[in-house]
Design a protein around this ligand. Structure first.
Ligand code: BTN
Length: 238
């Protein structure tokens, strides 16, 4: 087990993020991890539900960082590259693994993992869901699982790999800042020039991918000129 983390394991829980926030309010330490076999009210980004039957990985990492709110998003990129490395270690060598802005991990075009970052009062909770055995088929986007992509993985094995990778990237970030995380993320995302359609505040913006800004904002080249997107959802790439 990783030295930095203290893992609390639950069979069934509402949401590991909610439990991590509750524990934080009670004074739980930096590095506390809430891991549950099943969530009854798992939450995703943009107020979506997160499908959480037994057989997948659901965990939340509690971090106490002296970080201005504007830099919190950097942590979700740490989680994304750690997840991508974990998935890579568990799948056949030739598998296509892509990180999608802001922080999804796709395998063969299907979403295999998601990250829900929440922060308040100096605490950052990094919620991570990884599809090991199951994925919803009705979510409106393609999904993938480790098992269905030729992977051999247990939930606990995936958790331990993920925590080790997260710890390594967190240390790199603490020592060297966001730049190496940004580079690792860029090495795993779309090629520059890929056309993206992004949902931004209820409307759709289309442009070609031009990189990631120094603060994690998505950079697009649109027909109206360059555009920075700080919050949104990439709907399509092609
Ligand atoms: C997304 O919408 O892509 C983010 C999904 C995040 C799901 C994880 S599962 C563990 C943690 N607890 C939750 O309720 N949500 C996150």
């Amino acid at each position: 087990m990783n030295r930095m983390f203290h893992v609390l394991h639950y069979d069934t829980i509402g949401s590991t993020n909610d439990e991590a926030r509750r524990l934080a309010a009670e004074g739980a330490n930096h590095g506390t991890v809430v891991h549950a076999d099943e969530q009854k009210s798992g939450r995703g980004r943009l107020s979506r539900a997160w499908y959480s039957p037994p057989g997948n990985l659901y965990l939340s990492i509690l971090l106490r960082l002296d970080l201005p709110p504007a830099r919190c998003a950097e942590i979700s990129f740490i989680a994304a590259v750690a997840l991508a490395d974990t998935v890579e270690q568990l799948l056949p060598k030739t598998t296509e693994i892509v990180v999608k802005w802001p922080n999804d991990v796709l395998v063969g075009g299907g979403k295999i993992a998601g990250i829900l970052l929440e922060s308040a009062d100096g605490v950052v909770v990094v919620g991570i869901g990884l599809n090991v055995l199951h994925a919803p088929s009705t979510a409106g986007y393609l999904t993938a699982t480790l098992a269905g992509s030729g992977g051999i993985a247990t939930v606990d094995g995936a958790r331990d790999l993920l925590l080790a990778a997260f710890d390594a990237y967190l240390q790199t970030w603490q020592q060297q800042g966001f730049q190496p995380i940004r580079d690792a993320w860029l090495a795993r995302t779309y090629a520059v020039g890929t056309v993206l359609r992004v949902g931004v505040q209820g409307h759709s913006v289309e442009g070609s991918f031009a990189g990631l800004d120094l603060d994690g904002a998505l950079l697009l080249e649109t027909s109206d000129g360059p555009r920075r997107v700080v919050a949104g959802d990439v709907a399509a790439a092609g």
